[in-house]
Design a protein around this ligand. Structure first.
Ligand SMILES: Nc1ncnc2c1ncn2[C@@H]1O[C@H](COP(=O)(O)OP(=O)(O)OP(=O)(O)O)[C@@H](O)[C@H]1O
Length: 313
């Protein structure tokens, strides 16, 4: 049985002129990590809001672990857990008390709750902080604690809203490791992110959303493989003349030229190394200076550009 089922989901907020979610359908299998990817305002948080009973859909159905979240929100909240973007820990309680309070709210017997709290505090590297209040926690510690808290009632499906936004690289890696461990344990994970690396690293499949719609849904590498060509050449150029993009696009085997993180990215048909010399010559002929060059492969951001004609960030 799929652990998340969304069918023809639509959500229009009161007084809004457009649907925030405009007819989205997908399923997530048990033990799968599924990423919802898209720019700000794409409708990711709203989709998750419906699935986690925080928002009522305008139309369509949504089930989590077989429970219809609209008809039976109380039961749904028992089988799912949410880690929100913002820190919503209780600052007046200690770390351990935050976990135990969450468990009590969900009706977990006290002895079992204490056992789970000890195990989760260990797993999330928080055992030494168990008696502290979380008001001076770093972003990474707070995030770890929110995930541990979410797991206290043993949910079937965990929703993570931008799990590593604002975290330093080490904290980000720690969260990624925990997510992989959850998958091993059979917990289904649905995460939202703008972060291509995060989606590529973690998700078995991703749904790419924009303007309330799902534009594509597949494994990250399958989406990338479906793009024309494979290799890329990124050129950083000082003072690029306005015609540079056209000049580069006119070179043989250049399939597309896209602005990318302050550089231009050429999509190349065949080996990108062979384009180094002609591309450098085109830049020089335009009177500009090449400051950096890198060869690479297409990624999810290229998929997004192909689908929407614009960059994700
Ligand atoms: N409570 C609300 N009331 C009215 N409009 C809303 C509300 N929440 C979101 N919206 C609108 O719905 C659309 C989808 O927003 P949503 O937050 O779901 O997107 P998102 O993909 O999660 O974006 P982000 O990455 O910024 O979190 C946006 O146009 C947003 O302005």
């Amino acid at each position: 049985m799929p652990q998340v089922e969304v069918a023809d989901l639509r959500k229009r907020y009161p007084k809004a002129e457009q649907d925030a979610v405009a007819g989205v359908s997908f399923t997530v299998a048990a033990g799968e990590v599924f990423g919802l990817l898209g720019p700000n305002g794409a409708g990711k948080t709203t989709t998750v809001g419906v699935l986690t009973t925080r928002a009522r859909p305008t139309a369509g159905t949504a089930r989590v672990a077989g429970v219809d979240v609209v008809r039976d929100p109380v039961r749904a909240r028992g089988v799912l857990a949410v880690v929100p973007q913002r820190n919503n820990l209780d600052r007046s309680l200690t770390v351990r008390e935050n976990l135990l309070f969450h468990a009590a709210y969900h009706g977990v017997p006290r002895a079992e709750a204490r056992r789970r709290a000890d195990a989760l505090l260990d797993e999330f590297g928080l055992a030494e902080r168990a008696g502290d209040k979380p008001d001076r926690f770093s972003g990474g510690q707070a995030q770890r604690m929110m995930i541990a808290r979410a797991l206290m009632h043993d949910p079937r499906v965990l929703f993570l809203d931008e799990p590593s936004t604002g975290l330093d690289p080490a904290a980000r890696l720690f969260v990624w490791e925990r997510v992989r461990a959850l998958r091993e344990r059979g917990v289904t994970v649905l995460l939202t992110t703008h972060d291509m690396a995060e989606a590529t690293e973690l998700a078995d499949r991703v749904g790419i959303m924009d303007r309330g719609r799902l534009l594509a849904l597949d494994a990250p590498d399958a989406l990338v493989r479906a793009l024309p060509g494979e290799e890329t050449l990124d050129l950083a150029v000082d003072d690029p003349p306005p015609h540079l993009v056209d000049d580069l696009a006119a070179l043989a085997r250049v399939m597309r030229v896209e602005p990318r993180d302050g550089a231009v990215r050429l999509w190349v048909d065949g080996p990108a190394t062979e384009l180094l010399a002609p591309a450098a010559a085109a830049v020089a002929a335009g009177g500009a200076t090449l400051t950096d060059v890198s060869l690479g492969r297409k990624d999810l951001e290229d998929v997004f550009i192909e689908l929407t004609g614009r960059a994700l960030r």
